[in-house]
Write a protein that binds this ligand. Structure first.
Ligand code: FAD
Ligand code: NDP
Length: 316
């Protein structure tokens, strides 16, 4: 019987691991094996430089940062299994809970879920070749790079994220084109106003992207107006997807309360889920900030809350 099991190995999972290990809970982490389409270590393993994580004034490579976090978890006493959790049994509120991975079943008094979310991509024909060479799914992360400064940039999507990311990019770009497939934005009225009033932003309504152009780096996007059927290439050095994320919650099979999009619902200001003894941290419960530092912060909360929960139950 484990005291605590952590599922997921991004900044959220590793921060929870460091805190629970230092509280002598001997955490067991399932870091996943290409779970949700990303390697162990999470979304940051898919990027190059991380320039906004405190403590690294010159920036740090995403994979390197995650290797350091993993090392810190292990050094503090966390055991890590490179396995994906297939399912869980949370039917007894307050635990113990069952975790199933491969042919094995594990039992635990508390559970921390930090399985992250996967950014939706469009998978147009030349996307793979230019991914991270002008194409990104995170404007706040990559928008400040020199290749995007004073250049035309494209954001795809019509929700709050799209407006937020496009607005952010107007600080660097010569112009930002917001490409939206319909004639009405999904974003809140306040966000819409912000977009419409921004002189550096132009909304291309009823427009879909057919492909991306460029050899070594992105040089443009191929667009089509679905009302007129006109097809054209728009010059751009940056393309940012803001077409939503998919939280990695399928393995829960509806046993925790989630919102309409599948994000785990936590009690405001805590990491507590709808099942006592189960905590959630990181992007799997956060559709607004989605940053390494906020994931790490909520991982800390989950670790501390798991420790207090176990102490109250007399499990030291
Ligand atoms: P994730 O990093 O998503 O990790 C979750 C892990 O859990 C994954 O390894 C996954 O495989 C694993 N997992 C999922 N399901 C299971 C399962 N069933 N069993 C076991 N394991 C499982 N943020 C910044 O602050 N700065 C940046 O510069 C930055 N750049 C980014 C660049 C890109 C290209 C992307 C996509 C994101 C970037 N972000 C950046 C956002 C940041 O990566 C995320 O906010 C952060 O990684 C979320 O951490 P997390 O711990 O919630 O989960
Ligand atoms: P949403 O699901 O709200 O919006 C996704 C957008 O992408 C939609 O406009 C959708 O178009 C478009 N889209 C989806 N798939 C495709 C595709 N294949 N091709 C082209 N366009 C596509 O996701 P968000 O990430 O914007 O927001 C998620 C949640 O987070 C929301 O609840 C939002 O309110 C919240 N949020 C709040 C913020 C804030 O308050 N500051 C900031 C960011 C997010 P269509 O409209 O046609 O379906």
């Amino acid at each position: 019987m484990e005291k605590t099991i952590i599922i997921g190995s991004g900044p959220g999972g590793h921060t929870a691991a460091i805190y629970t290990a230092r509280a002598n809970l001997q955490p067991l982490m399932f870091e996943g094996f290409m779970a949700g389409g990303v390697a162990a270590g999470g979304q940051l393993t898919t990027t190059t430089e991380v320039e906004n994580f405190p403590g690294f004034p010159k920036g740090i490579g995403g994979p390197e940062l995650m290797m350091l976090m993993r090392e810190q978890s292990v050094n503090n006493g966390c055991t890590i299994k490179t396995q994906t959790v297939d399912k869980v049994d949370l039917s007894v509120s307050g635990g113990p809970f069952k975790v199933f991975a491969g042919n094995d079943t594990y039992e635990t008094h508390s559970l921390i879920i930090a399985t992250g979310a996967t950014a939706r991509r469009m998978h147009v024909p030349n996307e793979e070749q230019l991914w991270q060479k002008g194409i990104s799914a995170c404007a706040v992360c990559d928008g400040g790079l020199p290749m995007f400064r004073n250049k035309p940039l494209v954001v795809i999507g019509g929700g709050d994220s799209a407006i937020e990311e496009a607005t952010y990019l107007t600080k660097f770009a010569s112009k930002v084109y917001l490409v939206h497939r319909r004639d009405e934005l999904r974003a809140s009225k306040a966000m819409q106003k912000r977009a419409l009033e921004n002189e550096k932003m132009e909304i291309l309504w009823n427009t879909v992207m057919l492909d991306v152009a460029g050899e070594d780096v992105l040089t443009g996007v191929k667009l089509k107006n679905v009302k007129t059927d006109e097809e054209y290439t728009l010059e751009a050095t940056g393309l940012f997807y803001a077409i939503g994320h998919i939280p990695n919650t399928e393995f829960l099979d509806g046993q925790l309360e989630t919102d309409a999009q599948g994000y785990i619902v936590t009690k405001p200001g805590t990491s507590q889920t709808s099942v006592e003894g189960v905590f959630a941290a990181g992007d799997v419960q956060d559709k607004i900030y989605r940053q390494a530092i906020t994931s790490a912060g909520s991982g800390c909360m989950a670790g501390l809350e798991a420790e207090r929960y176990l102490a109250e139950k007399g499990i030291e």
